[in-house]
Structures are given as structure tokens and as C-alpha cells.
Design a protein around this ligand. Structure first.
Ligand code: SAH
Length: 509
């Protein structure tokens, strides 16, 4: 029944100002349900990740001077798609009814007899100001706030719809949309109508996104500053005393990795936590997945080891991938965590340990450092390894030093392949373009294979530019970078993802 409610309907959804996290819950739910999504230049493209894989996604973006699809054709498209029994989402930047032509589209839909709903969004002025540390109202500085189009024909005076006389005397906050081109005209009019030349004025470019930039001046100085600093659309122009608070209230631009462009080379499945954390710290993250995790070509050694699990004294897990592959097979073979019996478990690295706990196994030993010597030291401190059966479920390309040392100490070691790392050669246009344009600040490497596979897809010459820096998770990865003839600019103190992120923050000050 519920389906019927949504068919033949157009949802005019505010996508919010740019940060994809600033859409409403209802907006996101409807994107996930839509058959057709018609979206704009200013709607964050990341929001399309919520869409169904079979949804039809149509870009009708409008960028100043470059109308991808004229408004009447957008209207016709919405009507046609809705009539064909689709749930149609019309996704617009900010709020659909604030300088978004949402009103015009809704009127056209009524005319055509199509049902519609409006899902408001956070409009750019409020959000860009909030992220720039400018409260649009404040009891001491601004009791009112006006939203104005800055797009009116610059030559138009007599028939202007904008009440310049009132705005010139405005005591609170003014926000102009689409005002970059007319900046001198807008501020000139305000001054003509009585606004003090030293009233603070600011531009916020691509507010709430990792590309945000803020420029502060006055009604008199901002136009020149804007040319000097090359401010372009989309930007919000704010005028008013509240701008003074920015010095103290700016938070977004003060985050440790703000404005840094970082390439993450982990496998796509593992990258999401890193991407999320770096994004929270203000970085503009580009994914460059270099590896994919696949099952081993021959799974039988792992299956056999699982069948015989009880005979092992120690099982050493060296990675989250190893744990995942192991438990996947454990379950496939109809066992559960009880299969471990009295075997002791060693986890290399906190993430590996956490994943084991999530599978019902609390590791007996977590060596303080994640290199072979430390593992051996920790193991020999708690057990005499002579004659002990040790299982090492690991990757196809794992290093040999750990099993070799264990064997030297008299242990009986079974190394079984639990997974394979293969190169991910999927296209990476955005990251490659950024490298070519030298706009990348950091490339992060979390294993030797990420280094090798990255370098096989990127021209090494491009990495020796001044800007780009390389960050490594630990000494083994660093060694691979150096062997490839490149410099390691930063190495994590603790060989973990949080350690790597800390190192980036410290080095980016
Ligand atoms: N419906 C939208 C406004 C569309 S008009 C809303 O409610 O926000 C387009 C103008 O919005 C741009 O010219 C710019 O002035 C402003 N704008 C939109 N997104 C912006 C952003 N992320 N940062 C700064 N200004 C933005």
C-alpha cells in the first residue's frame, strides 16, 4: 500500500548547503527510495550514494553562464518522469524555496496535476555563516536577518525589487545570494543608502565543504579584496556586525586538517573509516583504492587448519582481513568460536584485537608493537615456544620473518593463506586529476602493497613535486616507499590508522 503513496509524486528536496551530512533524515530516506533523481550543481554529489543502484540519476546542473538544462525542460522532465509512475526526487542545493526556483517548479507540477511535497533544507547563508563562525543573529549585534538576491540586473535601479533604501539602514545581518559578480554594485548601493563604510562584510565560498574559504573586509574594502583573493561563486556575501564574532567563533576552519587534500590508498572496503575520520578533521579526502581482498585460490589449507584448530597452542592473527577471512570460513564450516578450545590467541594491532572481540574471542596477547621482534618478545615472555603448534592465518604476500623466527625457537608453524590481496585497477579520475594539478597535500600508505600498486598506476615524476607529501603507517611500509626512490615525509609513531592520522595532524600544523 505504502508504495502507492510515493508513486507519481515529485519530492522537492533541499540537499543542504554542501556538507552531505546536512541533509534532513526525510530527504535522505526519500533519496534511498527514489526511482528517478534529478539533481543540481549545488547539491552534494555524495548524497547520490544513498540512491538505489537501479535509480535513474539525471544531472541538470546550473552553473553561472552554463545552463545544462533550461528551466522549462527541467519542469517537463519532472512531469514526464512522475507521469510514468515513478517516485521522483528533485534535489536542490540548500532549501528548494530559497532562491531555488522550487516555487516555480511546484506551480508547474500543480498545473500538470502532479502531486508534490517539499522537504526543506538548510539554506546556504545560515549554514555558510555557521561554519565560518558567524552567528546570523546575536542579542548584542543583530536582531534581524535578511536574505537577498544579489543577482538582480546590475544596471537596474528604478524598478529594482530590492528595497535598497531599507537595506542601507539595516542594523542586523544581511546575506546576499549569487552576489559575487555584483559585489561592488551591492556594497555601493548599501553605502549610498546610508550604511557606514566600515561595517564588516564577508564572503564565504563553498561554505560547509572542504573547499570553504572566508574573506573578511568592510563594505568599503571587500570588493577589492575579493578580486585580490579571486573569490568566485558559489559564495555568500554577509554584511553586519556579527562578523566580528568570527575571530572567536570560527571552528570549522580551525580543524587540524582543514583544507588539506589527502589521498587514501587502502582497499575500498577498508577505507571508509579512514575517510570518515579524516573528513571529520577537515580534510578533503580522495579515495584511490589500490588493493582488493579476495579469497585464496586454494581454500583447503585454511579449511583443514580450522578443522584441526584444537591442536594448536597459539593462533596468531596479523590483520583485520585475516580475522574476517578466518571467521567467514569458520562459519561456513559450521563451527563457532568454541572451536578455538584451549588455543591461545595473539592479535597484532588494536584493530585486529577489536575484530577478534567482535567475533567472541578475547585475545590472550597483544604485543605492544606490531613488528616481528616485538611479537616474538611478547610471546616468549609468556610461553616457551619449543614444540608448540602455531597457526598463522595470513595474506598471500605476508612477510617471512615472523614464521622463520618462530621456527628457529623450535615451534611448529603452520602458515595458511586466509586471503589474497590483488591490485585494484579501477579508474581513479578525481585523484589522478588532483595529482596532475599538484593540488594534493598528502598520500597515505597503510601497507607495502598500497605503495606498490599506487606507484604502478601513478607517474612517479608527479610525486616529486613540492606540495605532495607521503605518509606511511610504519617502518616496513616506509622501507617500500624508500626502495621505490621516494621520500617518506611522515611515519606514524604508533603503527595504526589512528597513529597515522595523528602523525598527519602533527605534520600539518
Ligand atoms: N537554494 C539555495 C540557493 C541557490 S542560489 C539555498 O537555499 O542555499 C545559489 C547561490 O547560493 C550561490 O550563488 C551562492 O550565493 C549560494 N550558495 C549555495 N551553496 C553555497 C555554499 N556552499 N557556499 C556559499 N554559498 C552558497
Amino acid at each position: 500500500m505504502q508504495k502507492k503513496l510515493f508513486k507519481n509524486c515529485v519530492y522537492l528536496i533541499g540537499a543542504g548547503p554542501g556538507d552531505p551530512g546536512l541533509i534532513t533524515v526525510r530527504g535522505r530516506d526519500l533519496i534511498a527510495r527514489a526511482d528517478v533523481i534529478v539533481y543540481d550543481y549545488l547539491a552534494a554529489p555524495q548524497l547520490l550514494r544513498h540512491a538505489r543502484s537501479d535509480a535513474e540519476i539525471i544531472y541538470v546542473g546550473k552553473q553561472a553562464g552554463n545552463h545544462a538544462l533550461p528551466q522549462d525542460q527541467i519542469n517537463a522532465l519532472l512531469i514526464e518522469k512522475a507521469r510514468n509512475n515513478n517516485t521522483v526526487v528533485r534535489l536542490k542545493g540548500g532549501d528548494p524555496f530559497v532562491f531555488g526556483r522550487g516555487g516555480e517548479e511546484a506551480l508547474e507540477l500543480i498545473e500538470a496535476g502532479i502531486a508534490y511535497e517539499v522537504i526543506p533544507g538548510i539554506t546556504a547563508s545560515i549554514a555558510a555563516c555557521a561554519y565560518a563562525g558567524i552567528p546570523v543573529t546575536h542579542r548584542d549585534f543583530a536582531s534581524d536577518f535578511a536574505l537577498i538576491t544579489g543577482h538582480e540586473d546590475a544596471g537596474r535601479t528604478g524598478d529594482s525589487q530590492v528595497d535598497w533604501a531599507s537595506l542601507g539602514k539595516w542594523k542586523g545581518t544581511l546575506a546576499f545570494y549569487m552576489g559575487v559578480k555584483n559585489l561592488p554594485v551591492i556594497l555601493g548601493r548599501l553605502a549610498e543608502h546610508g550604511m557606514a563604510a566600515d561595517t564588516p562584510a564577508a564572503l564565504v565560498h563553498w561554505g560547509t565543504t572542504t573547499r570553504q574559504r572566508t574573506l573578511v573586509g568592510t563594505v568599503a574594502t571587500l570588493p577589492e579584496l575579493a578580486i585580490e583573493h579571486q573569490f568566485k561563486p558559489p559564495s555568500i556575501l554577509v554584511v553586519g556586525k556579527v562578523i566580528q564574532l568570527r575571530d572567536r567563533l570560527s571552528w570549522f576552519e580551525k580543524r587540524p586538517l582543514f583544507g588539506k587534500r589527502i589521498i587514501v590508498t587502502r582497499s575500498r572496503s577498508q577505507a571508509s573509516d579512514v575517510v570518515e575520520q579524516l573528513g571529520q578533521l577537515g580534510a578533503d579526502v580522495l579515495e584511490f583504492p589500490t588493493i582488493r581482498i579476495e579469497p585464496p585460490k586454494d581454500i583447503s589449507p585454511l579449511q583443514k587448519a580450522i578443522d584441526n584448530l584444537i591442536q594448536y597452542h597459539w593462533i596468531i592473527f596479523t590483520s583485520v582481513n585475516g580475522v574476517d577471512a578466518f571467521f567467514e570460513n569458520l562459519q561456513k564450516q559450521n563451527y563457532d568460536a568454541r572451536r578455538f578450545g584451549h588455543a591461545k590467541v595473539c592479535a597484532i594491532g588494536p584493530a585486529t584485537s577489536e575484530r577478534l572481540k567482535a567475533n567472541g574471542i578475547r585475545p590472550d596477547l597483544i604485543p605492544p608493537r606490531f613488528v616481528a621482534e616485538s611479537v616474538i618478545e611478547a610471546l616468549t615472555a609468556v610461553d616457551d615456544l619449543k614444540g608448540k603448534n602455531i597457526l598463522l592465518p595470513r595474506a598471500d604476500i605476508a612477510r617471512a620473518d615472523l614464521p622463520e623466527t618462530l621456527k628457529k625457537l623450535g615451534a611448529d608453524v603452520d602458515e595458511v593463506e586466509a586471503y589474497r590481496t590483488v591490485m585494484d585497477a579501477s579508474p581513479k579520475e578525481a585523484a589522478l586529476k588532483a595529482i596532475a594539478e599538484d593540488t594534493v597535500d598528502w598520500v597515505t600508505f597503510t601497507s607495502s602493497s598500497t605503495v606498490r600498486n599506487f606507484l604502478s598506476q601513478v607517474d612517479k615524476e608527479k610525486l616529486t613535486s613540492k606540495k605532495i607529501r607521503l605518509a606511511s603507517i610504519g617502518p616496513i611500509t616506509s622501507e617500500t616507499i624508500v626502495k621505490a626512490g621516494l621520500n617518506v615525509d611522515v611515519e606514524a609513531d604508533e603503527y595504526t590508522i589512528p597513529g597515522l592520522i595523528d602523525a598527519l595532524c602533527n605534520a600539518s600544523d
